[in-house]
Write a protein that binds this ligand. Sequence first.
Ligand code: PLP
Length: 458
Amino acid sequence: MSQTIAKSNQTKRWQEMDAAHHLHPFTTHHQLAKTGARVITHAKGVYLYDSEGRKLIDGMAGLWCVQVGYGREELAEAGYKALKELPYYNAFFQTTNPYTAELSQKLSEVTPKGIDRFFFANSGSEGNDSAVKIIRYFWNLQKKPNKKIFIARKKAYHGVTIAAASLSGLTSMHPQADLPMPGFVHIDCPYWYGEGGDMSPDEFGLKTARALEEKILELGADNVAAFVAEPVQGAGGLIIPPATYWGEINRICKKYDILLHVDEVICGFGRTGNWFGSQTYGIEPDMINMAKGLSSGYQPIAAVGLGGRVGDVIFNSDEEWSHGFTYSGHPVACAVALANLEVMQKEHLVEKAGGSTGAYFQKKLAELGDHPLVGETRGVGLLGAIELVKNKATREKYPSELDVGYRCRVHCFDNGLVMRAIGDTMVLSPPLVISESEIDEIFYLARKCIDLIARDLG
Ligand code: PLP
């Protein structure tokens, strides 16, 4: 077990400093203090290395973001060049810089049809908070000030800032900060395996899409600003929408004049086999939010992309738009993002995720479905979920006190694999550069760890 490995003095020193002074994201700190944090010191390709010299294959591409793999010289060089030439300047006061201008142009080429103006932020959460402000402003300019309610979904994850956390439908995120804010409501999501009962996936897709229509009718379309959703729900458990879902959502948003804001923070940049999840699922967004794969996580950068309907109104307003960050369009982040997109294009990473690499990954994922503990495997492109259950026939889950997913994740770490646990659903989202032999390694280790947890459970 990782806890029993003798630790070097250097590792212990870092762990002690960390335990004393570092507040980690989403962590129970007194528990972490007992084991000490794992110290990752370097990474190359699809592999991470810790301070004890252990090698881990990163089945999660960091936090769903390192599309081009670790240690890419092209991105490092681009960042270094920008750091020397223009380490900082802002985009306020009628100013831009070559990197931000070029990145805006490049994004207009790869984002879904019609999305062609970009506001830059530093994180996916800030992007969604910015989107909420843009949408409120849009409806104010349209002289429809009552259209203010945001409809999002249960199990959605849109980030942690106040509005992004209010959009999120993971209820554990709300009570600590008295959220959601007023004006944010959540409807059921298309989680067929867990909630579809006897319905076919297609029937359930329609039912959950029509929950949006029911909510709009209940609230009054004149009061609803937007529907906000991820193409595939990521942190909520990798919920893949049934084929009927998104077409119906497009229809409903148009019928009731509700803006559709699509959160592409995970699905963007090739993850689902196209540049954006909206393209994979035929979604017709008015706006999108992107981050993570935009720079492969090498720099903190996010962008909100606006389609003509919203973008024209904001652009043509005589008022100054009162929003923007010190680091909006940061030259170094934009330079690295540009280099990242160039690598993705040169190496055809999106085509591979939607073609040979994605197909191989999905084949190996599906093979795990024969394991007695695996209720369902599901995936698209280079996203995969393995849902662990007590009873395959009835889909009965293990009691949550058993922490089956968490314990499986510990086995994974101990055996050299990073696989995330969301409840008892194990999730994979590897770098898009992954090779077939590295995919084999991931699934060999995944099966081994599921065997280990099966053994533990008796
Ligand atoms: N939206 C989605 C779909 C995400 O998955 C995330 C992060 O995982 C966010 C927004 C928030 O992004 P960040 O952590 O960069 O604020």
